[in-house]
Design a protein around this ligand. Sequence first.
Ligand SMILES: Cc1cc2nc3c(=O)[nH]c(=O)nc-3n(C[C@H](O)[C@H](O)[C@H](O)COP(=O)(O)OP(=O)(O)OC[C@H]3O[C@@H](n4cnc5c(N)ncnc54)[C@H](O)[C@@H]3O)c2cc1C
Length: 321
Amino acid sequence: MFGRKGNRAASETVKDRQMELKQLSSRDVGSRSEAAAYLAEALQGLYSGDPTPAPHPGGRQAGLTRLRVFNVGAYQARRNDVGPTAGASVLSPYLRHGCITLPEARRDAVEKIGSDRAYKFIQELAWRQFWQLQRERIGDRALNQDLETPKVPLGDGAVPDEVEAGETGLNCMDTSVRSLKENGYLFNHARMWMAAYLVHHRKVSWQAGAQFFYRYLLDGDPASNSLSWQWVASTFSHKPYFFNRENVEKYSRDPATGETYCTHCNAAKNHTCPFDASYATLGKRLFGPSYDNDNGYQRTGGDSKSGGSRGVAPRGSSQRR
Ligand SMILES: Cc1cc2nc3c(=O)[nH]c(=O)nc-3n(C[C@H](O)[C@H](O)[C@H](O)COP(=O)(O)OP(=O)(O)OC[C@H]3O[C@@H](n4cnc5c(N)ncnc54)[C@H](O)[C@@H]3O)c2cc1C
């Protein structure tokens, strides 16, 4: 019910609270705000800041309602949009917490439009399952250690304060941070952008980035989150994921007004947008002159990197999404 801001308290306190929560589940707690007040009291000491009800109502009924209204027919064309035309289901908090299951979501989609047309949606559901299976297979290493040698130099920095405060001056990043904090949710594309910005532009460690997301996401899931960060970083994929301004403009466009995230962006206005370049140029800027966007990082001995960067393996191939 609450945003993910809790600290971990002593185990006895946790047990006491779990008992109270069990009792809560067998009581009639009345309205959502009454339940929120009760939970704020029962969970005292386990969260910081002001307790506020989560933006999405929890529970199975809310999950089923979300599933019912989801327009799976528009998913394939609009799943990457982050503006008013966004077509993602926003089912992740319900799937993550077991309010609805992956087979239920797949069945609902197939009943609505048939398996051929629902293919893309089913494929994304499968990604969730894939990450869970990988985590099961690999163990906790998947959550905190590089699974492969990075294909580009990576840094080991912390999330910069101005990023966490949503004050980078980059509208595409600051809007995402606001959504993360206020809604506990980000569209997949926005997650990819933010992860790429932090890991490749700001040289933040993917582990620090994953913790930052995990603190706020209502769907925060150790496997999906950490393995996705590893995928962006290139420690669990053949090459790093990064993006350019054209990509942000394309997927954040409001067809009614023509405006995009860049329309109101100070960095775009001042011509200081770090994403405003071709992929070839950005690749070299981020990873050194011998980085080849088609073939990955070619170690020729000529690449100089900033301090704190980790090693690279020379290889590369096409990206997944
Ligand atoms: C850096 C990063 C961090 C992420 N962290 C999380 C996380 O903590 N928890 C989480 O559930 N997902 C995570 N994802 C995956 C994905 O972004 C979310 O599942 C998706 O955005 C949830 O929104 P939705 O339900 O509207 O998605 P939809 O596009 O409507 O997809 C439907 C469902 O399919 C699954 N799904 C979709 N895309 C992915 C994907 N790329 N990987 C795994 N499952 C997917 C989710 O269960 C999702 O609810 C992360 C992705 C990135 C790039």
